[in-house]
Design a protein around this ligand. Structure first.
Ligand code: HAM
Length: 343
């Protein structure tokens, strides 16, 4: 049972020879399995959507991956995700840092909690990630990984910050962000929210320039991320009633047989123009359909009755203030709806 998709992508790439000296941009979605202590937002079977890109060493790729996430958040109407960023440097500088960190933590052994003692041998960097309030003082005084970065990693990180600022991405540098997986080099990032309780990471990823070689392939730079679908779904459900929720621009009311005949085609042409349209299906009188329009969350009802169907027009009713107007179907209905559906 795979715990994640990155290592699997690398293995598939090596086995099928599509990584070496090539640029590949891959994606996947599917169930993952981890032997974790289950709690809200953390399951033993969950689903990820992942993206992995191979063959590009420069920080523009890291920035493009982050922008890709941001585009998705925007399409889903999420406005409260925070981007945290860090650099773990190369494998060599991390190994040197790890040694120094362990040395420091050994001097604090008596004050470490049970989790940290367990991590001290296996994965001491994860101790920096501890949420235990009693550990925060020790963590704050620990040597800083950021100060141990090699010059090239530091330059990479600065370039990434520059690209992100240019593209208008807001981010926080978090030197304590170390990630649970061992393969990362240089950039690591996490998108978090304060709406999901303790399991706050909705998406996470980073660069793993050493993994292909480690798994038996030729040295190939790579970076990617994965989104937790259950957490994404939970966020969508939480914001269903908020002003940020993605709602239809219009609900298409169809009255009479001729309107029903034309309705699906009209709905499609409005969707082609970029509108979110819910089309009434299953008939019903005006009152029943208006009720459905209200329930759909759409700002407007688009009425296609016998008269409109005959004359090629459409009546648009603003469901908030009740005002309505009749337009020819060829008029820029899309602009009107997009404009007034805002907010
Ligand atoms: P990860 O941080 O282990 O990274 O997981 C990515 C996302 O999957 C998390 O941010 C979270 O939303 C979701 N997730 C993880 N574990 C669970 C769980 N037990 N229950 C529910 N959701 C969970 C990776 O898996 C890397 N492969 C990401 C990556 C791709 N890095 C480079 N490329």
């Amino acid at each position: 049972l795979r715990p994640e998709g990155t290592a699997g992508c690398v293995r598939a790439g090596i086995e099928n020879g599509f990584l070496h000296n090539q640029i590949q941009r891959l994606w996947y979605a599917g169930p993952m399995f981890r032997h974790e202590r289950p709690q809200k937002g953390r399951y033993r079977q969950f689903h990820q959507i992942g993206v992995e890109a191979f063959g590009i060493e420069s920080a523009d790729l890291d920035a493009e991956l982050i922008l890709m996430c941001m585009r998705l958040w925007r399409a889903l109407g999420f406005d409260a995700l925070t981007l945290q960023l860090n650099s773990l440097g190369t494998l060599e500088c991390r190994t040197a840092y790890r040694r120094e960190l362990v040395h420091y933590l050994e001097t604090q052994r008596g004050k470490l909690d049970e989790d940290s003692l367990r991590r001290l041998d296996r994965n001491p960097l994860r101790i920096l990630d501890s949420k235990n309030p009693a550990m925060q003082e020790i963590i704050a005084a620990a040597p800083n990984l950021f100060e141990h970065l090699d010059d090239a990693s530091r330059a990479h990180f600065e370039r990434l910050g520059d690209y992100l600022r240019q593209a208008g991405v807001v981010f926080t540098v978090n030197p304590r962000l170390v990630r649970g997986l061992d393969y990362y080099t240089r950039t690591v990032f996490e998108w978090t929210t304060d709406r999901l309780g303790a399991q706050s990471a909705v998406c996470a990823g980073g660069r793993y320039d050493g993994l292909v070689e480690q798994l038996g392939g030729k040295s190939t730079p790579a970076a990617g991320f994965a989104i937790g679908m259950e957490r994404l779904a939970e966020l969508l459900a939480l914001q269903a009633d908020s002003p940020q929720a993605v709602r239809p621009h219009g609900y298409l009311i169809l009255l009479g047989e001729e309107a029903e005949r034309q309705g699906l085609k009209l709905a499609e042409s409005l969707r082609n123009a970029g509108l979110r349209i819910e089309c009434n299906c299953g008939g019903g009188g005006l009152k029943a359909q208006l009720k459905r329009a209200d329930r759909s969350g759409a700002r407007h009802a688009l009425l296609l009755g016998a008269e409109e169907a005959r004359s090629g027009s459409i009546t648009i009713k603003d469901l908030r203030d009740g005002s309505q107007r009749t337009l020819a179907q060829g008029e820029p209905i899309d602009l009107l709806l997009k404009e007034t559906s805002r907010g």
